[in-house]
Design a protein around this ligand. Structure first.
Ligand SMILES: [Zn+2]
Length: 188
């Protein structure tokens, strides 16, 4: 039995637990089912039924959909296979000019720093929520922030292997999309 109630975990998600309480919850070895309760609470917060396997980022989840594992926004918008960087399927706004960066940058900026940095804002095409912001030099590839090894997490950490576990799941498939885009470009 978990020593954390569903109410505790609801508070955790809504950010009303203190840092000490949060640390205690996350490091307590006795709470083997707290992740299940955590997912249950997350599941109650969305209007769709696909099973949440892991929260990925604010608004985003990896969910089980038929025999696929996809990235899905809490609004219901689907980004496709979780092994492909979801940012490729997001709406992107790139801030490059001094004026564009000054709209969001409140600290001092020295020299030509703005010209060496792009702020790339990623938005959900379904609900327009801002999902992530990258600050990178122009030309730098989009960062694949988090590709979790779901099978290891479920089997070794939770002791409940996923039914469709297999060696093909923990792979970055982003390059396959790039290859498809290049092939389409060459055809055009
Ligand atoms: Zn959305």
């Amino acid at each position: 039995m978990s020593s954390y109630t569903k109410e505790d975990i609801k508070q955790l998600i809504s950010g009303s637990l203190t840092w000490d309480e949060l640390k205690r919850m996350m490091t307590s070895a006795k709470d083997s089912d707290r992740f299940a309760v955590y997912c249950e609470v997350l599941q109650e917060g969305v209007d769709w039924d696909e099973r949440i396997l892991l929260p990925l980022a604010e608004h985003l989840f990896i969910v089980e959909k038929g025999d696929e594992r996809i990235v899905k926004c809490d609004c219901g918008h689907e980004f496709g296979d979780y092994r492909v960087n979801w940012k490729l399927n997001a709406v992107v706004f790139c801030r490059e000019s001094d004026e564009e960066i000054a709209e969001v940058w409140i600290g001092p900026r020295g020299g030509d720093a703005p010209r060496r940095t792009q702020l790339r804002e990623f938005y959900c095409p379904g609900c327009a929520a801002q999902l992530e912001v990258e600050a990178l030099p122009p030309g730098y590839h989009t960062v694949f922030s988090f590709l979790p090894d779901l099978d290891t997490f479920y089997a070794d950490w939770l002791g409940e292997p996923l039914a469709d576990a297999g060696p093909d799941w923990f792979q970055d498939r982003t390059y396959e999309v790039f290859e498809k885009w290049v092939a389409e470009d060459e055809k055009a």
